[in-house]
Design a protein around this ligand. Structure first.
Ligand code: UDP
Ligand code: MG
Length: 331
């Protein structure tokens, strides 16, 4: 970054975008903690007035939305975007960022459960003032996760890198983006969203900030196993076509193998021993059948993705928005 950029940066209007899905147990506490942090940053002159916490209600089925509306009614520091249904974490974040874009100089996305250390915001803002357009929050360790989550995460990031994706290991959507980066993100039209893989491909000056992960404040994880699997699949198939290439490679190997087998059986036949083993036949047909089905499955994943992309459906629908201009004093 040049000295010029550094001088041009003015204290930003910061929006915290917080996706919420059935978070009634934790949301009031989160609102207080996030709100106090914003006010403190503002007093310290690190962010400009007009900064806000923007909650995104992702089709919660509990009292989350009612609680959010109460919170927003008390103080204009809080704003609420409510989606028409449950679109998932990635789309909820996108909805929040795109709604904040016209008002904010920088947006930080953070989970509602306060697992991500809010004190890292100071470091995010320092990097922003240094000229970074994107700042990634990366967790220091995985103490607070169970063995299962820790193991699957390590395996997953390894696989992603193997497949050529640019994901940043242990970065989970706790991230600052400048208005410039948000404008660029708005140009991407894909339905199969995997922000963690997509944003690093946009370029821009970026940096990483390390933070500690805490246990969830209250409630339980809203990422069910099936949501996690969908995210994992999206991550792979929306960022890389390498699995398709691997199928071609596999197809080639199987072809060479069956060619050799054919020659061998022909030789056998010519020699008159044309009663080959039952085992060989079984192995070959099972192997080829298995490989074919697996390959079809992988190709099917991509065809499904293409199908969804060609529909150009909206990635989220906003049902209501609560946003007030006025200054941030409590009633
Ligand atoms: N979330 C969401 N929509 C969903 C699932 C989760 O907006 O369909 C939000 C959730 O409210 C939370 C964040 O995404 O703010 C991360 O979810 P969670 O903390 O449950 O995931 P974990 O930390 O266990 O991976
Ligand atoms: Mg969490």
């Amino acid at each position: 970054m040049s000295e010029k950029d550094r001088n041009e940066r003015k204290t930003p209007v910061l929006y915290l975008v917080v996706p919420c899905y059935n978070e009634e147990e934790v949301i009031e506490k989160s609102a207080v903690v996030l709100g106090e942090k914003l006010q403190r940053l503002q007093r310290e002159g690190k962010i400009a007035s007009g900064s806000k916490v923007m909650f995104v209600n992702d089709g919660s089925k509990d009292r989350t939305l009612a609680l959010l509306h109460q919170i927003a009614a008390r103080n204009a520091l809080y704003s609420v975007v409510s989606l028409s249904g449950n679109y998932g974490h990635q789309s909820a974040i996108l909805a929040g960022m795109m709604t904040a874009r016209p008002h904010a100089d920088a947006v930080v996305t953070i989970d509602a459960d306060l697992q991500q250390d809010i004190e890292a915001l100071d470091k995010f803002l320092e990097r922003y003032m240094d000229g970074c357009e994107v700042v990634y929050g990366v967790r220091n360790d995985r103490h607070s996760d169970g063995i299962f989550k820790k193991g699957t995460a390590t395996l997953y990031y390894g696989l992603m890198h193997l497949l050529g994706s640019k994901v940043i290991t242990n970065h989970a959507d706790y991230r600052l983006m400048s208005r410039k980066a948000l404008d660029a993100l708005a140009e991407y039209r894909e339905t199969n969203l995997f922000l963690r893989g997509l944003i690093p491909t946009m370029g821009f000056v970026s940096d990483v900030v390390y933070f500690d992960v805490k246990a969830r404040e209250a409630g339980h994880s809203k990422y069910t196993l099936s949501k996690m699997m969908t995210l994992a699949m999206d991550g792979i198939t929306s960022m890389s076509v390498r699995p398709l290439r691997m199928i071609s490679a596999l197809g080639f190997i199987v072809f060479v193998f069956s060619f050799v087998m054919s020659v061998l059986s022909l030789v056998d036949w010519a020699r008159g021993n044309n009663v080959p083993g039952y085992t060989t036949t079984m192995i070959v047909s099972l192997l080829i059948g298995g490989v074919t089905l697996l390959s079809l499955g992988i190709i099917g994943e991509y065809v499904g993705k293409i199908y969804m992309e060609t529909k150009h459906r909206p990635r989220y629908i906003i049902d209501s928005l609560v946003w007030r201009e006025e200054a941030q004093e409590d009633k």
